[in-house]
Ligand binder design. Structure first.
Ligand code: ATP
Length: 607
């Protein structure tokens, strides 16, 4: 196609920059899969160290029963004080080493948990923001999963899991002391496993229902905080609180049911574990009376049995939190695996602003509604197009698609011949400007908002954007000017002022292509006039501009008009021709039939 790849003249009129400066600097690459792999290998290394420490601590734990064994077998028989002192010194040393190693493994696990959160926090948030393009933003909750993962890594459950492989060794030791005692321990372990299985069966549904109701209550709370003004203004507090209360009550009720059952099974398993201790001592005493083992062996067997059963009980009790952590890990790794690496795109020179839309089709996922029906049109660099049409015609959807904030079902949007999907996203964001229908500002100063929260933005660039959007005078009239701090609900700015700051934000950084969705919906006459002047500045700067509008006042400022009707291009062409055609279509309707779909927006439009 006929776009000449000549360097565009700088908007300020200065000569084009040398070739090297024309190329955007690539931001640090964010390779999600590699970050995840790095985190896994670091965690594996740490866990290997922890497993080593666990081996050592578990072996050293045997020192106490061996000490008892030795006392009853050697000291009592030889009545040697020296042996007693030696044995005591050795056991004290062993206990000290065991304590240090146990503390070490806990410290390493704590640092590993922090390391996981620190390494994955930014990539997960970035991947969630990317993924939210295709959904309603629920991916942001994966950040909570990262927290759950971190808690699991420092929980006692993980230590119990690590200790479980040593349980058979301890059982073997008890078997070696006496097979009867060994069988008591193995029987109890099997019984504990049965209790845990029953516990899982009878509580999982309750916990699942409790979680679902809690999630609903949290979502409701979030929407209440976003709509607090509407809720207050229309006295909706009782209803809003009632909805939250209903979901919270459901969650608590389900939780109580599940927890009651949990308490029953946990108490039963604790009781059986105590029975085991008694059985070990009682049966051990009988064996001792029978002369089969010594008293020291009975006590040693009881201690070793306790060590064998404790991690099994801990792992069984923590099984639910293990499943939750595994689910959280799966969600984190799936999100990172599905996020696309942002560093594999060629850096291109700054575009001229030619737009080609090819057979753009949009059928939202899960619906059969054709919102945009194979739209095809082109704009030359610097063209200004107004998109008009009835409510629900697809104007906003088309605007979002033109800036790549939603992806088409099929077809392509090309900027300077290159499909938007093939531009480096960061570079594309810098050469695009977008003012959405529902303008939201970030909490911070006006200058930070105009600069798109970039810390490297110069004052000159911010002023230039404000100038281009014709909002400098409005900002100057505010008591704190560019330093005015805006809160998350936009206060202290009015709706129109917010919209005009949003306009300056769209023009920040010399974009080459700007989409403005109903930029004058909140503007007064002065604001309207400023917007028309801003379009004039954009025209002179060669910025390709698309304005979605229902108001006729803006139509005088554009070159071309597109009429969208139910997702189809009903009319597209030079402004005067389209307006004349609309006028011609409107006339017979006024005399014959009720007005047609698109007639009202053009009433009063300049011909
Ligand atoms: N994600 C979606 N799922 C289902 N339907 C959708 C989705 N996005 C848009 N639509 C539908 O597409 C149609 C066009 O919506 P769009 O917001 O683009 O209209 P519009 O022309 O901008 O209207 P308005 O002037 O009122 O803003 C609407 O009927 C809307 O319900």
């Amino acid at each position: 196609m006929g776009v000449k790849n000549v360097p565009a003249k700088d908007a300020s009129g200065s000569p084009p920059a040398p070739p090297s400066a024309k190329f955007h600097k690539r931001v640090a690459p964010l390779d999600y899969t590699r970050t995840l792999a790095q985190m896994k290998s670091k965690l594996r290394a740490n866990l290997a160290f922890v497993v080593l420490m666990t081996c050592a601590t578990n072996i050293l734990i045997l020192a106490v029963p061996i000490y008892l064994f030795q006392i009853s077998d050697r000291v009592f028989t030889s009545r040697s004080i020296d042996t007693l002192v030696m044995l005591t010194i050795v056991i004290l040393g062993a206990i000290m080493v065991q304590t240090i190693l146990d503390a070490l493994r806990r410290l390493v696990l704590m640092r590993s948990a922090v390391d996981v959160a620190a390494r994955l926090g930014a990539p997960v948030l970035s991947a969630a923001a990317q993924a939210s393009l295709h959904s309603n933003g629920r991916e942001y909750q994966v950040l909570g999963d990262l927290g759950a993962l971190r808690s699991f890594l420092v929980s006692g459950t993980l230590l119990s899991f690590l200790d479980v492989p040593f349980a058979p060794i301890f059982m073997l030791v008890v078997f070696l002391i006496h097979p009867h005692l060994g069988m008591i321990v193995v029987g109890t372990a099997a019984l504990l496993a049965v209790f845990a299985w029953v516990n899982q069966k009878i509580t999982s549904d309750g916990f699942r229902r409790a979680n679902m109701a809690q999630t609903r209550a949290n979502l409701h709370l979030e929407s209440m905080s976003r709509n607090s003004q509407i809720i207050n203004a229309m006295a909706m507090i009782p209803e809003a609180v009632a909805i939250w209360g209903r979901d919270t009550a459901q969650s608590l009720k389900a939780q109580i049911e599940a927890q009651d059952r949990n308490v029953y099974t946990a108490s039963l398993s604790r009781m059986f574990r105590l029975f085991t201790q008694i059985a070990m001592l009682g049966w051990g005493a009988w064996l001792s009376l029978d002369g089969q083992i010594t008293g020291g062996m009975v006590i040693a067997a009881s201690i070793v049995a306790g060590r064998a059963l404790a991690p099994i009980e801990g792992a069984i009790e923590g099984w639910n939190s293990f499943l939750l952590a595994r689910g959280a890990y799966d969600r984190v790794s799936n999100l990172l695996a599905s996020a696309k690496s942002r560093n594999d795109k060629l850096r291109l020179p700054k575009p001229l602003g030619r737009l080609d839309v090819e057979r753009l089709l949009y059928v939202p996922q899960g619906t059969k509604h054709v919102v945009l029906n194979a739209l095809t049109f082109s704009l030359a660099p610097g063209d200004q197009l107004a998109i008009i049409g009835n409510s629900g015609a697809g104007k906003t959807t088309l605007g979002k698609m033109l800036v790549g904030s939603i992806l088409p079902t099929s077809g392509a949007v090309r900027l300077d011949l290159m499909d938007l999907r093939n531009w480096d996203p960061r570079q594309l964001g810098e050469i695009l400007g977008y003012l959405p229908q529902d303008v939201q500002l970030f909490p911070g100063t006006i200058k930070a908002n105009i600069a798109r929260m970039r810390e490297d933005a110069s004052d000159e660039e911010i002023h230039r954007a404000a100038d281009l959007a014709d909002v400098h005078d409005m900002i100057a009239s505010l008591p704190q000017g560019y330093e005015t701090v805006v809160s998350s609900d936009g206060a202290p700015l009015s709706g129109g002022q917010k919209q005009r700051i949003g306009l300056a934000r769209a023009f920040f950084g010399d974009p080459k292509f700007v989409v403005l969705d109903e930029p004058n919906s909140n503007l007064d006459t002065l604001g309207d006039a400023a917007l028309v002047r801003a379009l004039g500045h954009a025209k002179r700067s060669g910025i390709t501009t698309i304005v979605v509008t229902q108001k006729p006042s803006l139509l005088s400022a554009v070159d071309k008009i597109m009429l969208l009707s139910e997702g189809n291009i009903a009319l597209f062409g030079w402004r005067d021709q389209v307006l004349a055609e609309l006028e011609r279509r409107k006339r017979p309707q006024q005399t014959q039939v009720p007005p047609q779909a698109h007639a009202p927006e053009l009433q009063g439009a300049p011909a």
